[in-house]
Design a protein around this ligand. Structure first.
Ligand code: NAP
Length: 499
């Protein structure tokens, strides 16, 4: 049960925080080699936020050297698995114990309601570290069936130095999706968080060392994509890049790997996920799933259900119900207000992009039914109300481009074949959903949607036991679940001949 705190409580906690931070390299906080800094603007009110080290290739070199030294020493990978497990579990406990502080840092950076940061982001971050910590003493190697004259051990070994490059929408959760399996497998990590959301990553690194993780196993370099992410992904002493972000930057990451040392790449990229509602569906359940599936986190969710495909006879009824859910449940407010369900978008530039795509949707023939406009502008923050644009066809820009804001594009269909064709007519393949009371159709349709996750009569159910990631240009490689470990390991075969 998460405690509900007042706005004054969070304001007071914020007043006690120092927000000037360096990189975290080799177990300690360090300024940028160049001495440069940059200041984050708070999305909730447009005021100056954290002052961070502005990294470049020199800082990346330092962090990679620290990670390489820690890997070579064997101080982490060579340790007793039980002890490694205890350290990871202690780390997860420290994350929980510092939950309010982490939630506050996350909200300052990204503008989501602090109660959500605490109840969802901190909780799932700690769960992620715990999940992979618990795996450490349960991973076995293999002996191949080679016959009596020889023995071949098939060992699963860590890769070495892993670069993690992460986005700003769920910083702590996505960091844990990379850090948990990469570190549990024995690797050392250099994390480059998004320039907008570094604070939680830096605190996670401090807590890791407090839990007992040796210096150099987990480093954080803050700064901009071109200045930190690029040299990191090009670095000749990095063995893998685990990236979450846009498809556009994912493409660059692959090219950096190809141009440098052919390091491995795992990509979790964008989406334009369809939520398909047939006329026989439970419309109340579908409306609730469509509203929360698109508007949660202000739509800044890679698998947000931003395309609503609805069978024509129930289109108007469904949209009315979605509007009723928004009015009844989805309170947009300053992120410190206890009743806030959604808060600010990440920054003014992004807000303009979201509103621009709404305008493009209207110019292309769509009709804005409600919301999807800037609100609370007097606060100086970046707030856009949840809204629906209807009369959309799948060739319009609002149906094709990732919006990453609280805006649902509604597309009407007549037949199941047409719905499946529209659902799959996208470069993305991250997620999708189907709502129908006909279970034969539900299963047929869920098999037909070409996406990494498909929900039947629900949206956004998830837990650590299930892999998450995309098909097509939503990327490759999977986060979460026991399978996530595989991409941070390699197989090594050791032969021995007898007699
Ligand atoms: P982004 O612009 O692609 O940035 C992601 C990360 O890459 C940031 O740390 C960014 O640094 C860095 N970066 C930018 N340019 C780079 C370059 N040339 N070389 C190396 N690194 C570079 O994405 P975003 O706007 O932060 O996040 C939103 C995107 O993430 C959406 O497309 C969303 O769908 C996707 N996403 C996917 C998943 C998933 O699991 N599939 C989950 C969450 C988000 P800067 O911050 O300095 O730009």
């Amino acid at each position: 049960m998460i405690e509900q705190y007042s706005r004054a409580y969070w304001e007071e906690r914020l007043a006690g925080l120092s927000l000037a931070r360096g990189h975290f390299i080799d177990g300690r906080t360090q300024p940028a080699v160049s001495g440069r800094t940059f200041t984050r603007t708070r999305p909730m009110d447009g005021q100056p936020g954290a002052v961070l080290a502005r990294g470049d290739a020199a800082d990346v070199d330092r962090a990679v050297a620290s990670a390489r030294k820690a890997f070579a020493s064997g101080a982490w990978r060579g340790r007793d698995p039980l002890e490694k497990k205890r350290i990871m579990l202690r780390w997860a406990e420290l994350i929980r114990a510092h939950g309010e502080e982490l939630a506050l840092l996350e909200t300052l950076d990204v503008g989501k309601p602090v109660q959500a940061s605490l109840g969802v982001d901190v909780r799932l971050c700690a769960e992620g570290i715990q999940y992979y910590g618990e795996m450490i003493d349960k991973m076995y190697d293999e002996i191949a069936p080679t016959g009596p004259k020889a023995r071949a051990l098939v060992r699963k070994v860590p890769l070495g130095v892993v670069a993690a490059i992460t986005p700003w929408n769920y910083p702590m959760i996505i960091d844990a999706w990379k850090l948990g399996p990469a570190i549990a497998a024995g690797n050392c990590v250099v994390l480059k968080p998004a320039e907008q959301s570094s604070l939680s990553a830096l605190r996670l690194a401090e807590l890791a060392v407090e839990a007992g993780l040796p210096a150099g196993v987990f480093n954080v370099v803050t700064g901009f994509g071109e200045e930190v992410g690029k040299p990191l992904a090009l670095h000749a002493d990095v063995d893998m890049v685990a990236f979450t972000g846009s498809t556009e930057v994912g493409r660059l990451i692959m090219s950096y790997a190809a141009r440098s040392n052919l390091k491995r790449v795992a990509l979790e990229l964008g989406g334009k996920s369809p939520l398909v509602v047939f006329a026989d569906a439970d419309l109340d359940a579908a409306a609730s799933a469509a509203a929360w599936g698109c508007f949660y986190n202000s739509g800044e969710t890679c698998h947000a259900a931003t395309r609503l495909l609805v069978q024509r006879p129930v289109q108007d009824a469904l949209i009315e119900k979605i509007e009723a859910v928004v009015k009844r449940e989805i309170v947009l407010a300053h992120p410190f207000e206890p009743e806030a369900q959604i808060g600010a978008l990440i920054e003014a530039e992004h807000m303009d992009k979201v509103l621009g795509l709404v305008a493009a949707g209207e110019a292309d023939g769509g009709r804005r039914v409600f919301g999807a406009e800037r609100v609370l502008s007097e606060t100086g923050g970046c707030y856009v109300s949840p809204g629906v644009v209807t009369d959309v066809t799948n060739d319009m820009r609002i149906a094709r481009q990732e919006i990453f804001g609280p805006v649902l594009a509604a597309i009407a269909f007549d037949t199941e074949e047409e719905a499946l064709a529209i659902a799959n007519d996208t470069i993305y393949g991250l997620a999708g959903a189907v709502f129908t009371r006909d279970m034969d159709r539900a299963h047929r349709f869920s098999e037909g949607i070409h996406a990494g996750t498909v929900w039947i009569n629900t949206y956004d159910m998830s837990n650590f036991a299930t892999p998450f990631g995309g098909f097509k240009q939503s990327g490759f490689g999977r986060d979460r679940s026991v399978h996530a470990i595989d991409k941070y390991c390699d197989y090594k075969t050791i032969w021995q001949q007898f007699g």
